[in-house]
Design a protein around this ligand. Structure first.
Ligand SMILES: C[S@@+](CC[C@H](N)C(=O)[O-])C[C@H]1O[C@@H](n2cnc3c(N)ncnc32)[C@H](O)[C@@H]1O
Length: 505
C-alpha cells in the first residue's frame, strides 16, 4: 500500500518556526482585541505535520507545565523528534507517526492550540478534510488554530515554473532528489534560450537562482509533492468554518499596521469592503502575498477597549536584538520607511534595560508622554521585525528556566558535531532564539569555564577537519582560523546581554 499519498518520502529541514509560539499568538490576538487560547503556562498544544519536530520539542521544553502532542506520517521525522525529546530530557511531549486520519482516531485530550505550519497547501483535499475533522473534534471552545499556506496572488508568475518542474522530473515513484536536478537543468534551458516567459517576467531569474541554492530537502517538500494547492484566504476560511472557526488575525504582526503598508486609497478600499473574507483577499492582492500565517478562533471573545488595553499593558516584552543593531528603517509594501526617532529611541532604550511590561514603559519618565497607542505601535513594529518578543507571565520564569537550561545544554553539545539545530529555548518567551553554530560553541565553552573559548572552538573544528571560510575563501593556517574565531567571539560577547536577558546565558 502507498501510505505516502503522493508526499515526498525524504527528510525535511530542522528549523524552529517562531510563528508557532503561544505568547506570540496571544499578543497578536490581544492587539486585535480578541481573548482566546487558554492558560499559556498550562497550554495543551498539538502540532499537525510536525516534520522533524524541533519546533514542538522546543516549545514543550519551554512550557514544562504544558502538554504537547505532535504527529507526522514520515517515520524518519518522528524517530528524529523522539530522539531529540529524549536527548533534551523533554518528557511533556508525545510524538506519533500517524497520518491525519489515524491521528484523529486516537484518544487525545482537547487542545487550546492546534498548529499546522507548511502543511495545508501540500496535502490532498481528503487530508484537508481529515485535518478539519480533527480540529472540529479536538479544539476546545475558546481554543485557537494557527495555520499557514501558500496563497494567491503572490504565486501567479512562479506557479508555471513549479508545474514545469513536476512535468520534467520524471517518474514520481523514483527517488525525488535526482529528479530535482533533472527538472532544474531543463528549466535552466528556458532561461538560456531566452524564452518569452522568462524575458517578460524578469523576477523569475532571481527566484530560480534562489531555488537552485536552497537545500534539496526543502525544494522537495515545497515543490515536488503531488498535491500543491494555492488558496485564496476565503477558500481556507470556508473550509475551517466546518470546525466552527472564525478568522481572527494574521501573526505577521507588521501587517497589522495599515499606515505602514497601505496608501490612503488602499485603506479606503478595504474599509469600504464589508465582508471580512473579501477584505483579506483584497489585502493579499494589495500586498501581493504568497504565504499566509493566520490565527483562527473557536468562540474567541471580543474584549472591550478597556480590557484589551489593560491586558496589553500587562504583557511583558524582551528585546532580541541589541539597540545598536536595530535598523531604524523598515521595509514595507510602500517601500523603505524611516522610524520616528522621537518614539523609537526612548522605547528601545526603555526595553534595553531588561524585560518589562508595556505598563512599565508607560510609567517611565522618558516614555510617559507617548501613551499606550504609540508605544503599542512601536512594540508591534519591533516584534513584527523580530527585534523583540512577547513573554510568558513572569511568575513561571524560574520553573521554565530549569527545563530550558537542560534542553539548551543538550542542543549546545550537539553543536560540537553538527550544524542542524540553530535555535535555543528562552524561558521568558517560551519560544526559540536563533543562534548560529559558532555562537552555540562559544556559549558552551563559557558554560564549561574554558579560559579561551575561541581557542576551544578552533581546536574542536580543526580536529574535525572543519576549516573556516571567510568572504568565500578557505582559511588555511591554524593562526588564520583562530584570528577569525577571535573576531567572531568578540562579536558574540557584544551580543551576550541579549542571551542573558532571554534567560539563555
Ligand atoms: C512541508 S512539511 C512541514 C513540516 C513542519 N510543519 C515544518 O514546518 O517544519 C509538511 C509535513 O507534513 C507531513 N505530512 C504530509 N501529509 C501528511 C499526512 N497525510 N499525515 C501526516 N503528516 C503528513 C509531511 O511528512 C511533512 O513533514
Amino acid at each position: 500500500m502507498d501510505w505516502t499519498e503522493g508526499y515526498v518520502d525524504v527528510g525535511y529541514t530542522h528549523d524552529f518556526y517562531r510563528e508557532l509560539t503561544p505568547a506570540l499568538h496571544r499578543f497578536a490576538l490581544l492587539s486585535r482585541g480578541i481573548d482566546a487560547g487558554g492558560d499559556l503556562d498550562k497550554i495543551r498544544y498539538c502540532e499537525l505535520g510536525c516534520g522533524h519536530g524541533f519546533s514542538s520539542v522546543l516549545l514543550a521544553a519551554a512550557h514544562p507545565d504544558g502538554e504537547f502532542h505532535a504527529n507526522d506520517f514520515l517515520p524518519g521525522h518522528i524517530a528524529y523528534a523522539r530522539k531529540l525529546a529524549e536527548d533534551t530530557g523533554t518528557t511533556n511531549i508525545t510524538l506519533y507517526d500517524d497520518a491525519f486520519d489515524a491521528f484523529g482516531q486516537r484518544d487525545l485530550p482537547d487542545f487550546d492550540i492546534i498548529a499546522l505550519h507548511g502543511v495545508y497547501t501540500w496535502v490532498s483535499e481528503e487530508n484537508r478534510r481529515h485535518i478539519v475533522d480533527f480540529i472540529a473534534r479536538r479544539l476546545k471552545v475558546g481554543g485557537i488554530v494557527y495555520i499557514s499556506y501558500n496563497c494567491h496572488p503572490g504565486w501567479a508568475t512562479v506557479r508555471p515554473l513549479r508545474d514545469l518542474m513536476i512535468m520534467f522530473s520524471g517518474n514520481p515513484t523514483d527517488p525525488v532528489l535526482p529528479r530535482i536536478d533533472q527538472a532544474l537543468a531543463k528549466i535552466q534551458l528556458l532561461f538560456d534560450t531566452n524564452s518569452m516567459y522568462t524575458r517578460l517576467n524578469p523576477m523569475l531569474k532571481d527566484r530560480f537562482d534562489s531555488i537552485r541554492k536552497q537545500a534539496r530537502s526543502y525544494v522537495a517538500h515545497e515543490y515536488f509533492n503531488r498535491d500543491w494547492t494555492i488558496f485564496y484566504h476565503s477558500d481556507v476560511a470556508r473550509e475551517l468554518r466546518d470546525a466552527k472557526l472564525d478568522f481572527a488575525t494574521t501573526v505577521q504582526l507588521f501587517d497589522h499596521l495599515d499606515n505602514f503598508n497601505l496608501t490612503p486609497e488602499q485603506q479606503k478600499l478595504l474599509s469600504e469592503t464589508g465582508n471580512i473574507d473579501h477584505r483579506e483577499v483584497l489585502r493579499d492582492f494589495i500586498m501581493n502575498r504568497q504565504f499566509r500565517r493566520d490565527l483562527y478562533a473557536k468562540g474567541g471573545l471580543p474584549l472591550s477597549a478597556d480590557d484589551r488595553n489593560a491586558r496589553i499593558a500587562a504583557m511583558r516584552f524582551v528585546l532580541t536584538t541589541l539597540p545598536a543593531d536595530i535598523s531604524r528603517n523598515v521595509l514595507t509594501t510602500l517601500g523603505s520607511l524611516g522610524l520616528n526617532a522621537a518614539v523609537f529611541d526612548p522605547v528601545i532604550a526603555a526595553f534595553a534595560k531588561g524585560p518589562r511590561t508595556i505598563a512599565d514603559v508607560m510609567d517611565a519618565d522618558e516614555t510617559r508622554a507617548l501613551g499606550l497607542p504609540v508605544i503599542l505601535e512601536a512594540v508591534i513594529i519591533l516584534v513584527g521585525n523580530n527585534h523583540m518578543q512577547p513573554c510568558l507571565p513572569a511568575a513561571g520564569d524560574a520553573a521554565r528556566a530549569e527545563r530550558t537550561a537542560v534542553f539548551n545544554t543538550a542542543i549546545l553539545e550537539r553543536a560540537l558535531n553538527s550544524n542542524d539545530l540553530l535555535f535555543l529555548a528562552s524561558p521568558l518567551t517560551g519560544g526559540g532564539f536563533q543562534l548560529n553554530r559558532f555562537d552555540q560553541m562559544f556559549l558552551l565553552a563559557q558554560q564549561r569555564n574554558h579560559k579561551d573559548p575561541a581557542a576551544f572552538v578552533c581546536d574542536r573544528l580543526i580536529a574535525r577537519n572543519e576549516g573556516m571560510v571567510r568572504d568565500g575563501k578557505a582559511l588555511r593556517t591554524a593562526e588564520e582560523n583562530l584570528a577569525y574565531l577571535r573576531e567572531r567571539y568578540a562579536d558574540f560577547q557584544r551580543r551576550l546581554p541579549i542571551l542573558q536577558q532571554l534567560g539563555i546565558a
